[in-house]
Design a protein around this ligand. Structure first.
Ligand code: HEC
Ligand code: HEC
Length: 471
C-alpha cells in the first residue's frame, strides 16, 4: 500500500498520528501558515484539488428497488421539486428563490447549488416580473448561493438567528399594491451581524432520516472514547419534541424531511403550508392568497399521489432519492481512503451506517456510506458563524456527508471555497487560510486531525483529495 513515504521523515513503521501530534503541537505554537504551505509543495509536488469529477452525474435517480407506486410518487415529487412559484401560487411576500431546484441542482435535481459551471440562479429571479430588488453585494454571478441569517436583532444583543430573505415581491406584476423593503444587508455586514449558509445536497437523505437514534449515539460513544487522543467528541442535537437526534441542516436543526420541506417552502419561497401556515411577513396589501397556500387536496378528481400538500410530496421525492454513486477508486483514492481513516477524519466523517427494518423494502437494512456521524462539533473561529440553532452554538456544525463531494462545486457552510485543500485546512484555526472570522470560541475539535493531515507527505495529502473527489 505504501507507495511513497507517508509523512515528513516518519521513521518506517511508526504510526503517522504520533509524529503528527508532535508536529501539530509545535505548529500550534510557532509555525505560521506560510511554512505549512511551503511544506506542502516540498519535493516539487504541489497538492492540488483535481476539481469536479467529469462524466455522468452519478446522482439524481431513485433508490434501486422501489416498487411502481413508490416510483410514480418519486417522479411526481420530482415535478413538485422543479415547479416554479409565482405570487398566485404562494411566492412571497419575502423570498430567496421561486423553485426548490434553483438551489438544489448540482450535479442533478436534489443536489446543492448552483449548477456547474457556476451561474448563481438568484440573478435570474431578483428582478423577475418587474420586481424592484437590488442584489446584495455578497452574492456574485459565479459564486455560491448564499442565504443570510442575522445572529442578533438590531440591538445587536437579542439573539435572532433566523433567515432574512434576500428579496420581496414589491414591483412584481402579480403583486400590485405591495410595497415592502428588503432587509438592510449593508448595515448587517458593517455590524458584522450576518452569516451565510449555502444549500446542502439532499441525495440519500431518506437513509440519513431513518438511521436509528441508538445507532448514532453508539457511534458517538465510540467517537468520544478516543477524545484523549484526538480531542473529538460530537454532540447529538436532541429534538425537544421526541428526544430523537436531529440530523439535517448545517446545524442539525431538522429531524426529518417532511418538516424540513415545510420549512424550506415557507423560508426560501414564502409559500405557507400545513407545517408552517402563517405568512412570515403580514404587511397589509402583500398577502394575496388564503393560507395555507399549499394544502391537502380534498377532491375526487385529484390523483391519489397528489392528495397531500407539497411538503409531503417533496419529502417523498427526497426520501427516495438515491445516495450519489462513487467512482471506482484508483490506487491513489484507495490509499487516500486508508489515510483518511488513519489520521482520524473518519471519527467525524463516519464511513458507514446500517438502516433499520423499514416499510420501504428498498431502504430496509441497507448499509450506506455517507461519511458523516450526523453530530455537531465545535469547529473553531475560522469556521464559526455566530448562529445558534437548537443545540448548535455559534461555532458548531453538523459534520456534512462527503458522499457526492466529487461533484460539489462549493464547500463549507458559507461556500467560501471550491478547493478541497482549503476546506480541510479551515477545519483548524492553526491552518485557517483566509483569516479567523470570529474570536473567542474554543479550539476546533478537528485541530489534532488537521495537524495529522499537515504531517502527511504531500503525496498522501494528494491521495486524500483524490479519494474525496472519487466520492
Ligand atoms: C434559496 C435557495 C434554496 C431554495 C430555493 C431551497 N433551499 Fe433547501 N437549502 C438551502 C440552504 C441554504 C440549506 C441549508 C440550510 C441550513 O442548514 O442553514 C438547505 C437545506 C435543505 C435541506 C437539508 C438537507 C440536508 O441533508 O441536511 C433540505 C431537505 C432542503 N433544503 C429541501 C428543500 C426543498 C424541499 C426546497 C423547496 C421547497 C428547498 N430546499 C428550497 C437553500 C435553498
Ligand atoms: C471534529 C470533526 C471533524 C473532523 C475530525 C474532520 N471534519 Fe471535515 N467537516 C466537519 C464539519 C463540522 C464540517 C462542516 C464545517 C463548516 O461547514 O463550517 C466539515 C466539512 C468538511 C468538508 C466540506 C464538506 C462540504 O459539504 O462542504 C470536507 C471536504 C471535509 N470536511 C473533509 C475532511 C477531511 C479530509 C478530514 C480529515 C483531514 C476532516 N474533514 C476531518 C467535521 C470534521
Amino acid at each position: 500500500m505504501a507507495r511513497h513515504p507517508r509523512s515528513r521523515g516518519t521513521p518506517k513503521g511508526k504510526p503517522a498520528v504520533k509524529l503528527a501530534l508532535i508536529i501539530g503541537a509545535a505548529a500550534m505554537v510557532a509555525v505560521p501558515l506560510v511554512v505549512s504551505a511551503a511544506l506542502r509543495t516540498r519535493r516539487n509536488f504541489t497538492v492540488t484539488d483535481p476539481g469536479i469529477r467529469g462524466g455522468p452525474a452519478d446522482a439524481g435517480g431513485p433508490i434501486p428497488g422501489l416498487n411502481s407506486e413508490e416510483t410514480t410518487t418519486f417522479n411526481d415529487g420530482s415535478t413538485n421539486f422543479t415547479t416554479v412559484f409565482a405570487v398566485p401560487q404562494g411566492l412571497g411576500p419575502q423570498f430567496d428563490e421561486n423553485q426548490c431546484s434553483s438551489c438544489h441542482i448540482q450535479p442533478a435535481v436534489g443536489g446543492s447549488g448552483p449548477a456547474a459551471p457556476a451561474t448563481n440562479p438568484l440573478f435570474s429571479v431578483y428582478q423577475l416580473d418587474g420586481a424592484t430588488n437590488t442584489m446584495p453585494s455578497f452574492e456574485s454571478t459565479t459564486g455560491p448561493i448564499l442565504v443570510p441569517r442575522f445572529p442578533y436583532m438590531s440591538d445587536l444583543k437579542t439573539p435572532d438567528d433566523t433567515v432574512h430573505q434576500l428579496f420581496t415581491i414589491t414591483g412584481r406584476s402579480d403583486a400590485t399594491g405591495c410595497s415592502i423593503q428588503q432587509p438592510n444587508f449593508t448595515q448587517a455586514e458593517s455590524e458584522n451581524n450576518i452569516a451565510y449558509h449555502q444549500p446542502l445536497p439532499t441525495f440519500g437523505d431518506g437513509f440519513l432520516e431513518f438511521i436509528e437514534n441508538s445507532t448514532l449515539t453508539a457511534n458517538m460513544t465510540t467517537e468520544c472514547a478516543s477524545q484523549s487522543t484526538y480531542g473529538i467528541c460530537g454532540t447529538a442535537s436532541i429534538s425537544g419534541h421526541d428526544g430523537s437526534v436531529n440530523r439535517l441542516g448545517w446545524k442539525a436543526q431538522w429531524r426529518g424531511l417532511n418538516f424540513a420541506s415545510g420549512e424550506e417552502m415557507n423560508v426560501q419561497m414564502g409559500v405557507t403550508n400545513e407545517y408552517f401556515p402563517a405568512e412570515l411577513n403580514q404587511t397589509t396589501g402583500c398577502d394575496f392568497n388564503p393560507v395555507p397556500e399549499s394544502a391537502t387536496n380534498f377532491s375526487n378528481s385529484i390523483p391519489e399521489d397528489q392528495f397531500t400538500g407539497d411538503p409531503e410530496r417533496l419529502a417523498i421525492f427526497m426520501r427516495f432519492l438515491a445516495p450519489p454513486t462513487p467512482a471506482k477508486f484508483n490506487s491513489q483514492a484507495t490509499t487516500g481512503q486508508t489515510e483518511f481513516n488513519t489520521i482520524g477524519c473518519q471519527l467525524c466523517h463516519t464511513e458507514s451506517f446500517t438502516t433499520p427494518t423499514s416499510p420501504f423494502p428498498a431502504m430496509s437494512q441497507k448499509t450506506i456510506t455517507p461519511y458523516t456521524d450526523l453530530l455537531l462539533h465545535h469547529m473553531g473561529n475560522c469556521l464559526a458563524d455566530g448562529v445558534t440553532m437548537g443545540a448548535a452554538a455559534g461555532d458548531m456544525f453538523r459534520t456534512p456527508a462527503l458522499w457526492g463531494a466529487g461533484k460539489r462545486m462549493f464547500f463549507l457552510h458559507d461556500g467560501r471555497t471550491s478547493d478541497l485543500l482549503t476546506a480541510i485546512l479551515d477545519h483548524s484555526d492553526t491552518y485557517c487560510t483566509g483569516g479567523l472570522g470570529k474570536t473567542g470560541y474554543q479550539a476546533s475539535e478537528a485541530d489534532i486531525v488537521i495537524s495529522n493531515f499537515e504531517g502527511l507527505s504531500p503525496q498522501y495529502q494528494q491521495d486524500i483529495l483524490d479519494f474525496i473527489r472519487s466520492l
